[in-house]
Design a protein around this ligand. Structure first.
Ligand code: ATP
Ligand code: MG
Length: 583
């Protein structure tokens, strides 16, 4: 089914800016149709006059007119194609941009549930399928419809027998082809679905190449790849069989119609009803009728495809971010207060019992540093993600600067609350671009100043080309420690009011460790901070301690006081060591 309303909504919205070009396109297309109908008339006239023994001087103007029309027709066709491509691509590029923008603003949960490969296939694949729909589908269907009607009227004018025969035959041909098409559609759909699966799979594999190889899982992955391929091949074969069926049926019908033209033409010429020119005309028009019928059918196929794509595009647009913005307040300068009020959270809305955080409450005064401890999987990184509003809690509230996060303008929140995660994402670009996120307005002097303030000059000078050193994507050829240093500089440049540091759980070499220690010291100056620690040494600089267990806060308080209290979990940790006490 074709979603008519969605169809018109998209059509109106994205075509409006190009309506003048689209109108021009319509005019050009209609002109080409008129010219197509005109030319055979000239030839018929030419044949009739020639067989009647007309002078050459009488025939030349007809021949010249024929050539002029033929050339103009070709030129107009080129122009129409050019216009159609232009309108189609401009409109769909806008749609692509809007979709990409929409998707990038969806919450993390959406992105975890949809692989990047799948999204690319949806944005680009579906929108490309819509390109013809935007440019010329309506015009082509109407235009070709008019052409067929024109041909049929002109045939009736020549001879009602031929007119009737061709009207019936054309109708049957069209219905037959549409019917046959209905049979082959599901075959093509299956190919599309498998291809989306394939690209999703490849995207994921390329992304996780390092882990796959390191774990010796290559064979399993190749096996899975094989399985998808094995499913794909018969589908593709069937799809092409469907195509071949359509093609041969269409060709068969075409030749059959030519046969009708021959037989009727010969008969009517024999009994003297038609002149030789008219026989030519009948033959020519019937031959001509085939292409527009084919084209209308193709447009209907495209429309059907576009229908499916429109539905998916609308679906994407209708997917709302679970982050509902209630207000657009801005955060004050300087260090910010950070509080959790009875926060309960699970990654999956439906699975209610899979709670990752349960009734978590704490309050960090501006400028204070909190050490967050807990065994692996206790929900520490989840807290960091809630602070930066990558997810929204189901119950309770996260407040930054005393304002609930959903009342804070998202861009401002992201600017003023910074997070360094356990694995730093690097881009395949220079160190400079990796630090500034491709923001050209940040000068090298500012970068060097930031690096200097973090006492990382030595690190910078150790890079082969300084700021111009190129990184590879993923881990970028930097060690985990070096990547953390880079991430600190990124954060420092933004001068946030809250910093969340999710410490890398891997061990670092002592010299990098020392660099990190000093850099963190500088990074935390005059900022509120949460330090997620896997080592007790890290929390030595914390003012307060929060200990999580199974998504609940089991202890919180002043670090020094807790350490002095022999009954506290923290002092037990200090005695027994982190690994023993928590693991
Ligand atoms: P670690 O010390 O290993 O970094 P953590 O305390 O940071 O652990 P979290 O990453 O917050 O732990 O994870 C808490 C729980 O939430 C875990 O049970 C984990 O399986 C689950 N979890 C984490 N991320 C997701 C996600 N994107 N979708 C669903 N569940 C998740
Ligand atoms: Mg973590």
């Amino acid at each position: 089914m074709i979603p008519v309303r969605a169809y018109f909504r998209l059509f109106a919205k994205y075509l409006r800016p190009y309506r003048r070009k689209a109108s021009l396109l319509a005019i050009v297309l209609f002109a080409t149709i008129a010219l197509q109908l005109a030319n055979p008339q000239l030839i018929a006239e030419f044949i009739d006059r020639a067989t009647e023994g007309a002078e050459v001087g009488e025939l030349v103007p007809l021949a010249v007119a024929f050539m002029v029309i033929a050339i103009v027709h070709q030129v107009l066709l080129v122009w129409a194609t050019y216009l159609a491509e232009q309108v189609g691509w401009s409109a769909t590029n806008q749609l692509r941009a809007d979709l990409a923008d929409h998707i990038l603003h969806l919450d993390m949960g959406f992105h975890k549930a949809n692989s990047p490969g799948e999204l690319i296939e949806r944005i680009d694949g579906d929108v490309t399928a819509l390109s013809n729909f935007f440019s010329s589908m309506a015009i082509k269907v109407v235009g070709n419809g008019l052409l067929v009607v024109g041909i049929i009227i002109l045939l009736w004018a020549e001879s009602w027998v031929v007119g009737l025969a061709i009207t019936v035959f054309t109708g049957l041909t069209f219905l037959g082809l549409v019917r046959l098409h209905g049979v082959t559609v599901p075959w093509h759909k299956a190919i599309r679905a498998t291809s989306a699966e394939m690209f999703g799979f490849i995207g994921e594999q390329v992304d996780g190449r390092e882990d796959v190889e390191a774990n010796g899982a290559t064979a399993f992955m190749v096996n899975r790849f094989d399985r998808i391929q094995h499913k794909w091949l018969p589908e593709v074969v069937r799809g092409w069989t469907g195509w071949a069926l359509m093609w041969s049926a269409s060709m068969g019908l075409y030749f059959f119609s030519l046969m009708i033209a021959f037989v009727l033409g010969a008969y009517l010429f024999g009994i003297g009803t038609l002149t030789l020119g008219s026989v030519y005309l009948v033959f020519q028009y019937i031959g001509m009728a085939h292409r527009p019928i084919e084209e209308i059918r193709e447009q209907l196929v495209d429309l059907q495809k576009a229908g499916a794509s429109i539905e998916r595009v609308e679906d994407l647009f209708a997917t709302e971010s679970r982050l509902v913005q209630r207000d657009e307040r801005l955060l004050p300068d300087g260090p910010l207060r950070l509080s959790f009020e009875h926060v309960t959270f699970s990654y999956d809305d439906e699975a209610g019992d899979e709670r990752v955080l349960t009734d978590v409450s704490f309050d960090v005064a501006p400028g204070r540093v909190v050490g967050l401890l807990g065994r692996t999987g206790s929900g520490k990184s989840t807290i960091a993600r809630l602070v930066t509003r990558l997810y929204e809690p189901q119950h309770g509230a996260v407040l930054v600067g005393g304002i609930p996060t959903w009342d804070i303008q998202l861009d401002d929140l992201r600017k003023r609350v910074a997070m360094v995660t356990q694995d730093v994402q690097l881009f395949r670009a220079s160190i400079r671009d990796n630090l500034t996120f491709f923001d050209d307005s940040i000068s090298d002097a500012r970068l060097e100043e930031a690096i200097h303030r973090l006492e990382l000059d030595e690190w910078l000078s150790s890079l082969p080309d300084g700021l111009d050193t190129m990184l590879e994507s993923g881990s970028g050829g930097l060690s985990a420690g070096q990547a953390q240093l880079l991430a600190f500089t990124r954060v420092f440049l933004r001068d946030p009011g809250v910093v969340v540091l999710d410490e890398a759980s891997s061990r670092l070499d002592p010299s990098t460790e020392a660099l990190i220690e000093t850099a963190v010291d500088h990074l935390l100056e005059n900022r509120t901070a949460i330090l997620i620690a896997h080592r007790l040494a890290t929390v030595a600089r914390a003012d307060d301690i929060i200990i999580l267990d199974g998504g609940r806060v089991i202890e919180q308080g002043d670090r020094v006081a807790l350490a002095a209290d022999p009954g506290s979990v923290f002092s037990h940790l200090l005695v027994a060591g982190m690994e023993e006490a928590l693991a």
